[in-house]
Design a binder for this molecule. Structure first.
Ligand SMILES: [Zn+2]
Length: 245
């Protein structure tokens, strides 16, 4: 292939932009924020499970307490009824005695129920403490995640701005180059990431290998507009005054 030596040199400018774009792409993919966000998402999901369990614990106690409360109410109502019948004081003595006896039993029952309720309320308090603690941790992890997300979005926005800037510089450069040269460059770049390399001081900057004496003499005699490709890596080897030929 033939191409104007100036066009070959400009290929290096395109390559520099493509290298920068590749680095930006690499930066975008390998941002530590991605891994950090994955980790935080896992942490949040585990904490959500923990929160649900803690909430179930509190709800269970609430249900048990409500049941006891109902039992206490029933006992109270029954005792009040007995008491008012006693207060009226009419009826056979045996019946009044039985009422008196029942009142004593109801009082003991009420005390037992209230003790049990108190115990449950203490346990509920502990369960609520566990729930509060989990919710605090959830809040702090969510805040952390939001911070990391903001940071990630900022970096991504910067990367994108940078990419757009470089792409806007690349387009006119490429438009000016011969289409067949660009096509060859793109084909090699697709395979190896680098399409064109400078020959500097007798070394291909694509593969970093020194050209053999034989290859050097071949390059030396090649016409300036010959598109020369490195024997080692196949990349377009661009010759300038730095080439050391
Ligand atoms: Zn090479």
């Amino acid at each position: 292939m033939k191409a104007d030596p100036q066009a070959q040199r400009r290929l290096l400018d395109v390559q520099a932009i493509d290298t920068a774009l590749g680095q930006l792409e690499h930066k975008r993919r390998n941002m530590p924020e991605h891994a950090e966000l994955d980790k935080l998402a896992r942490e949040l999901s585990a904490l959500e499970d923990e929160r649900v369990r803690a909430q179930v614990g509190v709800d269970d106690y609430d249900r048990d307490i409500a049941r006891l409360e109902k039992d206490v109410d029933q006992v109270r109502v029954r005792a009040a009824k007995d008491q008012s019948r006693l207060d009226v004081g009419t009826g056979p003595a045996r019946e009044l005695e039985a009422l008196q006896h029942e009142l004593g039993t109801l009082k003991r029952r009420q005390n037992e129920l209230e003790d049990a309720e108190l115990e449950l309320m203490e346990k509920r308090e502990e369960a609520q403490g566990v729930l509060d603690e989990v919710e605090q941790r959830l809040t702090s992890v969510r805040e952390k995640r939001d911070d990391v997300q903001r940071r990630r979005d900022e970096i991504l926005a910067n990367v994108q701005r940078d990419e757009e800037f470089r792409r806007s510089g690349r387009a006119p450069l490429v438009a000016d180059l011969p289409a067949d040269l660009v096509a060859l460059y793109e084909k090699i770049r697709e395979q190896t990431g680098i399409g064109a390399a400078l020959l500097r001081g007798g070394r291909c900057e694509g593969c970093r290998l020194e050209l053999s004496g034989q290859e050097k003499s071949r390059v030396r005699v090649a016409a300036a507009d010959d598109v020369y490709r490195c024997d080692e890596c196949g990349r377009i080897l661009v010759r300038t005054e730095e080439s050391g030929l």
